[in-house]
Design a protein around this ligand. Structure first.
Ligand code: 5AD
Ligand code: SF4
Length: 464
């Protein structure tokens, strides 16, 4: 009999990708998707540890699930409760101590062993798997891919060796690992054959990519990989995220000049505009290095739009440091951005610093920065009114009769269009701007053949 599976995904796009792969591994064992946790025989929380709030959410969700599990058990049915992802990697057995209803805890490198772990858990053993074996994970994941919709994710790189002082990723995701070019290309071709028109290449530090070359001699960087993937005919759009400024090499910058399928948008976290703070964070670049990269990209790809991540209230951040961040933001002009209060993560060097700032200061700076970024995003959206942009229609829109997709600049675009256009690239004339989206009217439906489609993976984000 079919068993039901419910996966709840937190955090980044890499987790969204991993959740899809877990569902694929479990499908041959007879697991089908449940609409809600209460109906599921197996519930997996795929967790995020990047900030404190993200981790705390997991514990409150586990409390809720433990009550669901008890209710199901009272009705004579079981529920296996699993915690995956970065909280699992970071906290391990502590999770089972805090929430005894949890049967299974496993880190991001153990997904390929899910069938075995579930079998062990079903026999009543608590299972804890947090070893790092990233190479085996990719080797042993099944090759089949269910179509992920017209805009698909593809993890090409995992882990990070940069050790920014605030960040848990080098500890939870382990050392940097790049998948071989041939493996990435094969997966991209499978996704394209299954209906994907757009691929976003994922990695915590994606532009550190250095996968083994197809002929086995040496390795290729991200720019070269993108050029290779752009030859896949059905693929119309390529994106990548998330990058580190220190690894924007010439080849990658030239890819933005030469490869039309590479979308004119880059999420490039800067974290702070103050050289003093950047140095304390171990970012290994200055604010001016960031400005220069943006300039170079704007020269080779006029109109390219930028997004970034910011942390306010890093230990010891002064008013002058914060003012430098605001100045950098004003100079660059972002199309969108994410900003966070610094959150001390146990085990990271910054958590041990003494000059932690009071929460009120962080709240006030965050409010100030977010107001500025929101004005820039709205202004960017308003400037696009009257433009004709190509939109890949990915899902139903805000209102009935509307579809939504992304512009080349990553803006969410809502447009009146029938379901028959789902998965197509259409030309849209932008007529309205909102805070975080735009709306427009259909100008032209490009003749890319209708593709076979599955529901899109939910939106999320990743660190770097
Ligand atoms: N506190 C606040 N924000 C953080 N980020 C990473 N670690 C922390 C932390 N300890 C942010 C960074 C990163 C994004 C994914 O999350 O801005 O780029
Ligand atoms: Fe690596 Fe990015 Fe974390 Fe820095 S912020 S350690 S580059 S994942």
């Amino acid at each position: 009999m079919a068993q039901k599976l419910f996966i709840k995904t937190y955090g980044c796009q890499m987790n969204a990708y991993d959740s899809a792969r877990m569902a694929e591994i479990l499908a041959p064992l007879g697991f089908v998707a449940a609409a809600a946790a209460a109906e599921a025989d197996l519930v997996i929380l795929n967790t995020c540890h990047i900030r404190e709030k993200a981790a705390e959410k997991v514990y409150s969700e586990l409390g809720r699930l433990s009550r669901l599990k008890a209710a199901r058990q009272a009705a004579g049915r079981g529920m296996t409760l699993a915690v995956a992802g970065c909280v699992a990697q970071a906290e391990g057995a502590e999770i089972m101590r805090r929430q005894p209803a949890v049967d299974l805890v496993f880190g991001p490198q153990a997904y390929h062993r899910l069938p075995e772990m579930i079998a062990r858990a079903a026999r009543g053993y608590g299972v804890l798997e947090t070893a790092f074996e990233v190479e085996r994970k990719f080797d042993e994941l099944p090759e089949v891919r269910v179509p992920g919709g017209p805009a698909a994710f593809l993890t090409i790189q995992e882990g990070c060796d940069r050790f920014c002082t605030f960040c848990v990723v080098p500890y939870t995701r382990g050392a940097e690992y790049s998948r071989p070019v041939a493996e990435v290309a094969a997966e991209a071709r499978r996704l394209a054959a299954a209906g994907a028109s757009e691929i976003t290449l994922l990695g915590q530090n994606v532009n550190a990519y250095h996968g083994r070359a197809p002929d086995g001699a040496g390795s290729w960087g991200l720019g070269r990989l993108i050029a290779h993937l752009s030859e896949i005919e059905e693929l119309l759009r390529i994106r990548y995220t998330t990058s580190h400024p220190c690894q924007m090499d010439d080849e990658l910058i030239e890819a933005h000049r030469d490869i039309g399928k590479l979308m004119p948008f880059l999420h490039l976290p800067v974290q702070s505009g103050s050289d003093r703070v950047l140095e304390a964070m171990n970012r290994r670049h200055r604010a001016d290095d960031y400005r220069r990269i943006v300039e170079r990209l704007r020269r080779v790809r006029p109109g390219i739009a930028f997004s970034s991540d910011f942390i306010v209230g890093y230990p010891g951040e002064s008013e002058a440091d914060f003012a430098a961040t605001l100045a950098l933001v004003r100079e660059i002009g972002f199309a969108q951005a994410y900003s966070f209060k610094y959150s001390a993560r146990p085990g990271t060097p910054a958590a041990l610093l003494e000059d932690q700032l009071p929460d009120e200061v962080k709240v006030e700076r965050l409010r100030h920065l977010q107001a500025l970024l929101a004005r820039q995003q709205r202004a960017f959206n308003e400037r696009s009114i009257g433009e004709r942009v190509e939109v890949l229609l990915e899902r139903r829109g805000r209102r009935p009769g509307q579809l939504a997709g992304r512009s080349p600049h990553m803006q969410v675009v809502n447009v009146a269009a029938g379901d028959e256009l789902l998965g197509r690239v259409v030309e849209v004339e932008i007529t309205h701007a909102r805070a975080v989206s735009v709306a427009g009217r259909l100008a032209d439906a490009r003749p890319n053949a209708p593709r076979q489609l599955a529901p899109p993976i939910e939106e999320a984000r990743i660190p770097a």
